[in-house]
Design a protein around this ligand. Sequence first.
Ligand code: HEM
Length: 247
Amino acid sequence: MSASSSKLSASRGLSILPALFRTSVGQKLLTALTGVALVGFIVMHLLGNLTLLAPDAGPFNLYAHKLDSLGPLKILAEVGLVALFGLHILNGILLKLDHKRARPVSYGYAPKSKGGPSYSNASSRNMIVSGSILLFFLILHIVQFRFGPSLSEGYTTLLDGGVEARDLHRLIVETFSNPAMVAIYVGTTLFLGSHVRHGFWSMFQSLGLMKQSRSRALYAAGLVVGLVLAVGFLALPIVLYFRSQGV
Ligand code: HEM
């Protein structure tokens, strides 16, 4: 660890964090690790949501009901998720503040990296912008679906075997019959792809796993992961919108 990177950084005041995570190296590490865990959640979320593509509501409502019936375990996972998002956002902001402090005047252009190709691009320069858009989206998204209308508001369905469950499928179909909502979801998932694209590559650097010989391949892999997530998520509102129009 170099002297400059190990100096206590902007998070000096956050004494609840272990000493390592109050250094800029520790912050990078924590941002990378929480990022990996969040991408893990997002991949699982996408896989579960793909059941929305089934011709009827059964598979998705059954999946959502199975998650609900985990009870306290689901709540524990949600608390963990909030902590992950919180740490990831906090560390991202602290890192940005550290960079600003180290270089108060912006270059105003994408600097070329020495000794190898430059991987500076719109995704890498706008991590705070794409991250902030995702945060606003998440607040809307969770209010809309997690805390949206439920059994008491008539969103009820009978699963196979006669079990009464929340009709989350109906709520999602209604949401995506609105073109404005489709536009918000499609736009946000493009930012998600952009954020993950750079985050993926940057994670290897933060974890000390980057080698010059691998950087081109990892950069391409980041693009593929970002694209798969973006296309996977944006396909859902688009397909559901066209279905709602009888196409
Ligand atoms: C077409 C896209 C999406 C659909 C249809 C969708 C659907 C849902 C639904 C139905 C819930 C509520 C689950 C429940 O109440 O048990 C939910 C929760 C959530 N979604 Fe999404 N989602 C989408 C995209 C995203 C994206 C892109 C992200 C992340 C960037 C995301 C992150 C979350 C989070 C963090 C929760 C809260 C998890 C929980 O409390 O159980 N979602 N989503």
